[in-house]
Write a protein that binds this ligand. Structure first.
Ligand SMILES: Nc1ncnc2c1ncn2[C@@H]1O[C@H](COP(=O)(O)OP(=O)(O)OP(=O)(O)O)[C@@H](O)[C@H]1O
Length: 218
């Protein structure tokens, strides 16, 4: 089974992915930030590095798709619901949210965007959607607080406008998402890292979805 966590910068995807992996004993695939050769430059000069970064992310996300396929294959002998791989952000978000936002804000040229979209559509035809998508929805103050707390230097210059635009596209994306089951968690008041009851509530909601999926025989 493949579970994906989606959400804006600082929404808490990585933390939740790690907690779920420990709790259920599942595999997890993180979005690697260390070693990304474009990210810091991108935040410094988006028009210059937008296309480079998007191609980099598309490739690394596609590589994850391949790994997920391998993990699923390795566990095919066990019940589909006793093993899962959790993915921290999906290929869909790169295209529908980040690249689109760069085009709309003028940081990516029309021809670069079209080249990118063609590449994405080709890759998408080979991608199987997750069995469950979990969308962590957070408003600006929560995102800001988490970005500050995490303290990555190059992320401190991210503007409110950038985060708000991404949030608008995230909401549109989740409202239009028809690829499979979607669980929306409002994380503004939720503190699953600090409060065991909050984490238990998240687990309860996920379990509910897993039971429904198992009932459908997916
Ligand atoms: N397609 C993309 N285009 C531009 N920036 C991206 C893209 N995908 C990821 N990023 C950036 O890469 C970094 C990824 O960081 P990280 O994996 O910690 O995730 P995050 O979005 O901060 O999530 P969270 O705090 O929810 O774990 C962030 O700065 C994020 O905005």
């Amino acid at each position: 089974m493949h579970i994906a966590i989606t959400g804006n910068i600082g929404a808490g995807k990585t933390t939740l992915a790690a907690q779920l992996a420990t709790y259920y004993g599942w595999d997890v695939l993180y979005e690697a930030v260390e070693g990304n050769p474009y990210l810091a430059d991108f935040y410094d000069d988006m028009p210059r590095w937008a296309f480079n970064l998007q191609v980099y992310f598309l490739n690394s996300r596609f590589d994850q798709v391949r790994k997920i396929r391998e993990i699923r294959k390795a566990h095919r002998h066990v019940n589909n619901y006793t093993h899962a791989v959790i993915q921290d952000r999906t290929i869909y978000e790169d295209a529908a949210i980040f690249a689109r936002n760069l085009r709309e804000s003028g940081s990516m040229t029309e021809r670069d965007y079209e080249t990118y979209q063609t590449l994405f559509e080709n890759m998408k035809s080979l991608v199987r959607p997750p069995d469950l998508m979990i969308y962590l929805r957070a408003d600006l103050p929560k995102l800001r607080a988490q970005i500050r707390k995490r303290g990555r230097l190059f992320e401190q210059s991210i503007s409110d406008e950038y985060l708000n635009s991404l949030n608008r596209l995230y909401d549109e994306f989740s409202a239009a998402y028809r690829e499979g089951p979607l669980l929306v968690l409002d994380v503004n008041e939720l503190d699953y890292a600090g409060r065991p009851d909050d984490f238990a509530e998240v687990v309860r909601q996920i379990d509910e979805r897993l039971v429904a999926l198992a009932g459908k025989g997916n």
